[in-house]
Every structure is written in C-alpha cells, then in structure tokens.
Ligand binder design. Structure first.
Ligand code: NAD
Ligand code: WQD
Length: 340
C-alpha cells in the first residue's frame, strides 16, 4: 500500500517508516518539523536502503498544501502521528493544542475524504483512560477524565473518527492506544530527541547517563506500588512501529472501527527502569526522590490480548532491550540530530 504518514519525522513515525518499508509498503511523509529534524528521514532511508523517503514540509492545518500532496500521490491509507504531545505545555497552551491536534486532524480528514482515501490509523494514548478504572486496562475500560488538554485532544479525536466511520461505512478507523514508548532503532541512528528538558522518564535517564543532566528526580516514592514509585507499561518503539503494520492488515480486511491497547502488559516502576538501565549499560544514574508530579497516577499497564487475537501483534522486546537501545542511541548522538 502507499501510505501517507503525518508526523513521519517524529520519534514513533520515523521508526514506523522502517517497518512499513520492510513489510513492502511505500510511504510519503508530511511533517511541519515543529518537533523534529529533517536529518531523521535521510537516516531512515539509509536504514531501509532507499535513496530517499518522499517528504513534504507541510502543516496538516494547511488545506491547500494537503490538497497539492493528494493531487500528486494516490494514497491507500494514512497513519496519523502529527500532533503536539507535551502534557505540561498543553496545560499552559490549551488553545494551541486543540487547534493543532483537533484542527489539524479535521483538515486532514476533510482532504482525505475528498480524495477518496478513507483508511486511517490514529495515534491515541493510554492517557484517555485517565485514572484507570481497572488494571490491567482492557479496551472495555471506560475512558476517564483527562488531567490535561493534550489528553482531551486524543479522547475527543477518537470520538470524532468513530463518528465519521459510523456515518460512512466506507471508512476504516484504527485507534492505537500507545502505552509508554521507549527504546530506539537497534542501529542507534534514530531515536527520541526531545527539545529542552525531557518530560518523559527514559530520555531524562539517558541525558543523565550522557552527562547532560546531573541527576534524575524520581517523582514520588509513596504510591501504592511495590517500591512506591509509579508503574508504567513501557514498550519498545520498534514493537510499537510493528503494530502499525499489523493494523494496516486489519484495514486491508476492512475492519470498520478497531481499538487496540499497544503495550507489553508488564508494569515496571521508575526504579525498575533505573536499575535495569544501570545493570545492562554499566552506567551510573544518580537520582533523588522528589514530590509527586501533578496529574500522575500510580499504576498504568494494559491487557494487550485483543491486539494479539485480532491483529496477530504482540510485543517481543524486553526491558533489557529497551534500556540498551535507548542508551545506544543517546551515546552515539549525545546532542541528538545535527542542526540543518
Ligand atoms: P513527535 O513529536 O516525535 O512526532 C510528532 C511529529 O508531528 C513531529 O515530527 C512534529 O513535527 C509533527 N507535527 C506536529 N504538529 C504538526 C502539524 N500541525 N503538521 C504537521 N506535522 C506536525 O511525537 P511521537 O512521540 O513520535 O508521537 C507521535 C504520535 O503518537 C503523537 O500523536 C503523540 O501524541 C502520540 N503518542 C505519543 C506517545 C509518546 O509517549 N511518545 C504516547 C502516546 C501517543
Ligand atoms: C513515567 C513515570 C513519572 C520523569 C506520558 C504522558 C502520556 C503518554 C506517555 C503521550 C511516571 C516518572 C518521569 C522524571 C520521574 N504520552 N518520572 N521522573 O507520565 O506515564 O505518560 O507519556 O500520549 O500521555 O502523560 O510518562 O515518562 O512522563 O513518566 O520519576 O523525570 O516516570 O512520575 O511515574 P507518563 P513519563
């Protein structure tokens, strides 16, 4: 299939491009580079062994820009990663998050529909469960109260896409609810490259390891978890990327709406992650206990059985693979991608 990948220069999109090409698909990337660097696409092309990945530096809110792309290429489906994703920033700038994530998706869907492309895989998030009503979280767990505008954009966009599919059965909509993506391509050529101080645990750990930050702050050790620190379902980004290939097969089978948790089903605490990083990579990670972070929950991990039974997908990488590949990327690229 020929696939439009919005946000394809980003962390998850770039890894997904590799899995798509390995599975025999082709892709065209649309990204405004708001949170990414074009160097990533050259590296992806090198890993895949192609000259280049077709790329448009275009904002998905730019209707005319999208029109031109859809007039040049014929797409069988879209994998829609493009969006802003910093939870804390979304509290400070709610309008910007609603406008970019919801406005952008509405424009994208409008242009897709006009050009007869009615297959979409959407990057949703475990955050839509809020403080989950059940652990492990199945897809039947009710959606919860999000603690930030970012989470609401995901929750609302799920509803928007389901309603569009309900009104027009030609659509196939797959909502993938990612848990906590970490790791990097084993080559170490591409990986997560946050701007400024990392919000997420793994890039913070790797920046401490490489000497860019003094120590990790562990946000709370008084949660009702085995060691008191927060428990999450970390998933290797290469496993996560492969889930999109499996979801594309569901689209080829005309699945209608499909909703899937994409995690490993294992919960690891903050200190489990730190200890695994130190054990596998032989690097010290100094840390100190800090107060809880606003909006955090104690425990979040999924039951990934539905993705296995319906998509034939499951995660294969271990926690050791995750910490090894995260470090391999950071060690080889202490300052991320080179600036243009
Ligand atoms: P990322 O920021 O690395 O990638 C997103 C890409 O979208 C970036 O390259 C950015 O430049 C681009 N983009 C943003 N707004 C755009 C716009 N208006 N037009 C065109 N391009 C635009 O993030 P990621 O970690 O790769 O996440 C990909 C998707 O998965 C996002 O939708 C994110 O919300 C979702 N998600 C991420 C996580 C996570 O922890 N990384 C977890 C759950 C869901
Ligand atoms: C993991 C654990 C922290 C940083 C977020 C979004 C979610 C999704 C994934 C997009 C928690 C602890 C963290 C640090 C720490 N993104 N921690 N020190 O909060 O589970 O999920 O990213 O959809 O929507 O909310 O991930 O990596 O920020 O935190 O102790 O410096 O690590 O308290 O227990 P989170 P995270």
């Amino acid at each position: 299939m020929n696939i439009l990948v919005t946000g394809g220069a980003g962390f998850i999109g770039s890894h997904t491009l590799i899995e798509l090409y390995n599975a025999g698909h082709t892709a065209v990337v649309v990204d405004n580079l708001a949170n990414s660097n074009p160097a990533v696409l050259q590296r992806v092309a090198e890993i895949i062994g192609v000259k280049e990945i077709p790329f448009y530096k275009t904002d998905i809110r730019d209707r005319e820009g999208l029109e031109r792309i859809f007039s040049t290429h014929r797409f069988d489906a879209c994998i829609h990663f493009a969006g802003l994703k910093a939870v804390g920033e979304s509290v400070e700038k709610p309008w910007e998050y609603y406008e970019n994530n919801i406005g952008g998706t509405l424009t994208l869907v409008e242009v897709m529909r006009k050009h007869g492309c009615k297959n979409i895989i959407f990057s949703s998030s475990a955050t839509i469960y809020g403080d989950p009503a059940e652990i492990p979280i199945t897809e039947n767990c009710p959606k919860g109260q999000c603690t930030n505008p970012y989470g609401w954009t995901k929750s609302m966009l799920e509803q928007v896409l389901m309603d569009i599919q309900k009104a027009d059965g030609e659509w196939n909509v797959v909502l993938l609810r990612y848990f906590n993506p970490v790791g990097a391509h084993p080559s170490g050529r591409i990986g997560e490259n946050p701007n400024g101080i990392p919000n997420n645990l793994m890039p913070y750990i790797t920046q401490v390891a490489v000497g860019k930050r003094k120590e990790l702050g562990v946000f709370g050790n008084d949660y009702p978890t085995p060691d008191g620190t927060g428990v999450r379902d970390y998933i290797h980004v290469v496993d996560l990327a492969a889930a999109h290939v499996a979801a594309m097969r569901a689209i080829e089978r005309r699945c209608g709406v499909g909703i899937y948790n994409i995690g490993t089903g294992h919960g690891y605490s903050v200190l489990d992650m730190v200890n695994a990083f130190v054990r596998v990579n032989h690097v010290d990670i100094p840390y100190s206990i800090k107060p809880r972070r606003a909006g955090d929950i104690a425990t979040c991990y999924c039951d990934p059985a539905k993705a296995l039974s319906e998509l034939g997908w499951q995660a294969h990488c271990t926690i050791d693979d995750m910490v090894r590949d995260s470090w391999n990327w950071q060690r080889q690229n202490p300052d991320g991608y080179p600036e243009e």
